[in-house]
Ligand binder design. Structure first.
Ligand SMILES: [Zn+2]
Length: 252
C-alpha cells in the first residue's frame, strides 16, 4: 500500500518492551492509545548522549511522533508524559507485576495496529497504580488480568453459570467452561475454590478495593492461580486460532 508509506502520525503510548537492534538502535514495542500495538525503531537511542533513550524505557507513558515504514514504523519524536523509572523497577514486586502486565498486553494484541483502547486504558491505569504503591502489586496484577480478559471477551463468569447463564453464586469453577458453573452444568474436574476467593475475584473485577485490600494472603494466592489458569487457557486457544486469522486477512 504505497499511499500510506512514510505517513507521520502522533499518538501517546505505554512502552511495553525494548529490544536491541544493531549498535545504537532499539525496537520498542508500544501499546498506543489509538493505533493498538506498534513495534517501532528508535534510532540512535543507545548512544549515551541520547535523551530519547531514557524516555523509551519500559512502563513509561510517552507522547510520540511516528513514521510509517514498509515493515516497521519508526519513532521520530518522543516526549515523556510520565516515566515511572525506579518507582517500578526499584521494587521487585512492582517490577514483576509490571512485566507480567506488559507481557499480557502484548499477547492480547496479536495483530499490530488494531485499536485496543480499553486495554490501553487498563494498562496505563495498572502501571500508574503500581508506581504509586496504591495496593499490593499482586492484587493490581490480578485486577488487571481479570479486566483485560474482559476487554478480550473472555472474563471468567463469576455471578452466573458460565454454561447456562443462570445468575447466582456457584462454588465450582471450570477454566474450559469459562468460570463458575452451576450444579447442573458442572463438568468433571471442576475446581472448588473457597467462597472468599470468588468474592475477591468479583471485588477485583468491580474495582472494590476496600474488599480486595482486606483479603487474606491464602485467598489472594488461590485467586492468582485461578486467574493465571484462565488467562493461560484462553491465550493458548487464541494462539491456535491466530494463523487462521492471518490467512483470512491475506485472502480478504
Ligand atoms: Zn448452568
Amino acid at each position: 500500500m504505497p499511499a500510506f508509506r512514510n505517513r507521520l502520525y502522533r499518538d501517546d503510548a505505554v512502552v511495553l518492551r525494548n529490544q536491541k537492534l544493531g549498535e545504537a538502535d532499539r525496537i520498542v514495542t508500544l501499546l498506543t492509545r489509538r493505533h493498538g500495538r506498534v513495534r517501532a525503531v528508535a534510532r540512535g537511542v543507545r548512544r549515551t548522549s541520547s535523551k530519547f533513550g531514557a524516555r523509551l524505557e519500559p512502563f513509561g507513558h510517552v507522547d510520540l511522533q511516528l513514521v510509517e515504514g514498509r515493515s516497521l514504523h519508526s519513532i521520530s519524536q518522543a516526549e515523556s508524559i510520565r516515566l515511572y523509572g525506579g518507582r517500578i523497577t526499584g521494587h521487585y514486586g512492582r517490577y514483576t507485576a509490571a512485566s507480567a502486565i506488559a507481557e499480557t498486553a502484548e499477547r492480547l494484541t496479536p495483530i499490530e495496529h488494531e485499536p485496543a483502547q480499553t486495554l490501553f486504558q487498563l494498562t496505563l491505569g495498572a502501571l500508574r497504580a503500581l508506581a504509586a504503591g496504591e495496593h499490593t502489586p499482586g492484587l493490581i496484577l490480578d485486577a488487571y488480568l481479570l479486566r483485560a480478559m474482559g476487554s478480550a471477551g473472555w472474563a471468567p463468569a463469576l455471578t452466573e453459570c458460565a454454561v447456562c447463564g443462570e445468575p447466582g453464586r456457584y462454588g465450582a469453577f471450570s477454566v474450559p467452561a469459562g468460570g463458575c458453573v452451576c450444579p447442573h452444568c458442572r463438568p468433571a474436574g471442576s475446581a472448588r475454590p473457597s467462597p472468599a476467593s470468588l468474592e475477591l475475584m468479583i471485588a477485583l473485577t468491580n474495582g472494590d478495593w476496600k474488599a480486595a485490600d482486606a483479603s487474606e494472603t491464602s485467598t489472594r494466592r488461590e485467586v492468582s492461580g485461578l486467574v493465571a489458569a484462565h488467562l493461560q487457557w484462553h491465550l493458548e486457544r487464541e494462539l491456535r486460532s491466530l494463523p487462521l486469522v492471518d490467512r483470512a486477512m491475506e485472502q480478504a
